[in-house]
Write a protein that binds this ligand. Structure first.
Ligand SMILES: Nc1ncnc2c1ncn2[C@@H]1O[C@H](COP(=O)(O)OP(=O)(O)OP(=O)(O)O)[C@@H](O)[C@H]1O
Length: 649
């Protein structure tokens, strides 16, 4: 029941992963869920650590007890003092039977016991720390693994709602914060709590009234610390949010470093980062101040208790109701109790901090992918690879209607080009084929099978995607070409590279196929990156090709090589291409002109020209613009300026 509440809370918050609006989880709900999902597998580690903590906590009161015995038995040797010692132990007969000489005999045992206690305590602390660390580090790893898995399996639409920097921040900061809260909770609720209870029990044994006097300020401390806990949670939430913003800023500035430099925006970006850094600092300091107030507060209140103890115990001592050993034992127990008292009293703050982090982590973990295999989905059976859009409409999560009643046919082995102004909906059409998004209405069919009814893996196996700005991983060229096709032979990789007109330039590189391409492939030229991406698609050898042609023009030689590589890739495949080059458009078997999310015109190049519609207008505008170009033939000119043409309609 309780779990359901937590699950739902997480799901509702899922839409705004990592943002301020993320629904707040109660500290107990968060702790319960973490315990059930992430701590339970390490229950034996935790139980061992708890047992060790119990030992550490339990031996705590033994030290003041030994101190008391030492003073009473050894230091208080003169007869007048002996009379006083006898009062509290009158019934036990312990001190009455002991002469000074026999007390000296006890001394080695007391010293030995003290040494043994310290050794046992140190060993138990070590065991506890090791097992706790194993548990907590594994918890971090499990959380990060689950978060990563969630991200890569989640719907593209959902992932795109949140800046990647925020996700990275959740991965690194929030997870560590949550782990630290859970570890502290376990130590506080075992080691420190048991030590506190033990010391209190010992103090009560010595003098219950004195114990009440010493601890009567406890409730006040709890009330103050609760207040501090709420403030710390607020500051922690804001701190984590601002840290995520900072992480986004850094990632963006680095990705766009060339734009930053080209536009001389270094100072502007530094100011932006500085503003966020200051906000992080401000919230961190708020949390630090709130946390820092906890110690002096506990100390100040404990001071009141201590003053009461000195007054009352002094009085008791004066009347002979308390021995010096008891006073020392009580006093040292009280001092020893300070640290665990602070830890236990601070537990609320620790849990609030953990809950603040959990409130940002769980929505990501709870996000449910809508684009998944339907129950009973069968693998796609590709016979010819024909693609058909039937009355397809689509709107994005934010409500933007990108497509309206679109009908498109891509017959087997043919090339269909999508042409239209920027923002017309061409990329959206392409994205619906491998089900990056699901249609809002209408159907996308491959060889007569609705893409929603087949398994995602078989659907994505059936197509190869070459994007405008090909993405390369920071890995070797070999690994980049073989991406998604594991266990491929070097021969197959080289054959794909040859077909993509990439083999020669790869061999010319110092490390050949073992060249590491750098982040996003930045060590290669634009044309080289495109040819590696084409080789990747070539190796995949899928019957359907989804191609988003690059808009940026390359130099003539590279352009020609890329075009040749693309022609080889397209041969015999059913190709849906977002065309930006006239050569591609003119060689396409059919052209669909898209505008405002609708199919405006369709036909071959000559049919559409004859029609005198938007296509003819785009074509004319393009040629009017590029007329007189000496280096490019009209057919190779990128079809730029389509936006202006549409706007001027
Ligand atoms: N992730 C998204 N969320 C919300 N709206 C989007 C998203 N992606 C695209 N759009 C909107 O959908 C419409 C169609 O975009 P799309 O990217 O399909 O156009 P396009 O024809 O491919 O443009 P271009 O040629 O410039 O790449 C545009 O109005 C765009 O603003």
């Amino acid at each position: 029941m309780g779990n359901d509440v937590v699950e739902n809370a997480g799901q509702n918050a899922g839409k705004t992963a990592g943002r301020d609006e993320a629904k707040e989880l109660s500290a107990f709900a968060a702790a319960r869920r973490v315990a059930a999902q992430y701590l339970y597998p390490y229950r034996w580690h935790i139980l061992t650590a708890v047992a060790a903590n119990i030992v550490v906590g339990a031996v705590g009161p033994a030290l003041p007890f030994l101190l008391q015995q030492t003073i009473d038995l050894l230091f208080v040797a003169d007869p007048s003092t002996d009379l006083k010692i006898d009062v509290p132990f009158a019934d036990s007969g312990l001190t009455e039977d002991m002469s000074f000489g026999s007390s000296m005999d006890v001394l080695p045992y007391i010293a030995g016991a003290a040494a043994l206690i310290m050794v046992v305590r140190a060993f138990a602390t070590y065991i506890s720390n090791i097992f706790m660390a194993t548990m907590s580090q594994n918890m971090i790893a499990a959380l990060q693994r689950n978060l990563f898995q969630k991200l890569v399996w989640s719907d593209l639409g959902w992932v795109q709602q949140t800046h990647s920097g925020r996700f990275i921040s959740i991965f690194l900061n929030d997870v560590t914060r949550l782990e630290s809260a859970m570890s502290q909770t376990i130590v506080n609720m075992t080691r420190h709590l048991i030590m506190l209870v033990g010391l209190l029990a010992y103090m009560i044994y010595l003098d219950w009234l004195l114990t009440i006097l010493a601890t009567c300020v406890g409730p006040l401390i709890v009330v103050f610390l609760r207040r501090i806990g709420k403030r710390t949670r607020k500051a922690t939430t804001k701190n984590l949010n601002e840290t995520a913003t900072l992480s986004s800023l850094i990632s963006e500035a680095l990705k766009g470093i060339r734009v930053v430099k080209a536009y001389g925006q270094e100072s502007h970006e530094t100011d932006r980062a500085q503003a966020t850094i200051l906000k992080v600092l401000e919230h961190r300091m708020k949390a630090v101040r709130a946390r820092a107030a906890a110690s002096p507060l506990t100390e100040a209140f404990s001071g009141l208790g201590f003053a009461a103890v000195i007054y009352y115990a002094g009085y008791q001592g004066g009347t002979g109701a308390m021995t010096s050993g008891e006073f020392m034992g009580f006093g040292s127990a009280l001092l020893l109790a300070y640290q665990p008292l602070k830890a236990v009293a601070n537990q609320g703050t620790v849990m609030q901090e953990g809950a603040a982090a959990a409130s940002r982590i769980f929505p990501v973990l709870d996000e449910k992918a809508e684009i998944a295999d339907m129950p009973g989905a069968a693998p796609l059976k590709v016979s010819s690879g024909e693609i058909r859009f039937e009355n397809v409409s689509f709107h994005y999560r934010d409500g933007t209607e990108a497509l309206h009643a679109v009908d498109i046919d891509v017959p087997h082995g043919k090339t269909v080009a999508l042409v239209g102004p920027s923002g017309a909906g061409k990329s959206t059409i392409l994205n619906l084929v491998p089900r990056f998004y699901d249609t809002s209405s209408g159907r996308v069919l491959i060889d007569g099978q609705h893409v929603r009814d087949v398994t995602l893996s078989s659907l994505r196996d059936a197509s190869a995607l070459v994007t405008q700005e090909p993405f390369l991983f920071d890995d070797t060229i070999r690994a980049n070409i073989a991406y998604g096709v594991p266990d491929t032979s070097q021969e197959a990789i080289e054959a794909a590279a040859r077909a993509a007109a990439a083999h020669e330039f790869i061999l010319a590189l110092k490390d050949g196929y073992d060249t590491v391409v750098g982040e996003g492939g930045l060590k290669l030229s634009g044309g080289q990156r495109q040819r590696i991406a084409i080789a990747r698609a070539m190796l995949k050898n899928a019957p359907i090709l989804l191609l988003d042609e690059a808009t940026s023009s390359l130099d003539t030689a590279s352009e020609q090589q890329v075009q040749e590589a693309l022609s080889t890739l397209m041969k015999g495949r059913t190709t849906l291409v977002i065309a930006h080059r006239l050569s591609t458009i003119m060689h396409a078997d059919r052209i669909y002109v898209i505008d405002g999310g609708r199919v405006l015109e369709q036909g071959t190049h000559s049919e559409l020209l004859a029609k005198g519609g938007l296509y003819a207008e785009l074509y004319q505008t393009q040629f009017a613009q590029d007329d007189g170009s000496e280096t490019q033939t009209p057919a190779d000119v990128p079809l730029k300026g389509t936006e202006q043409a549409a706007a001027g309609e």
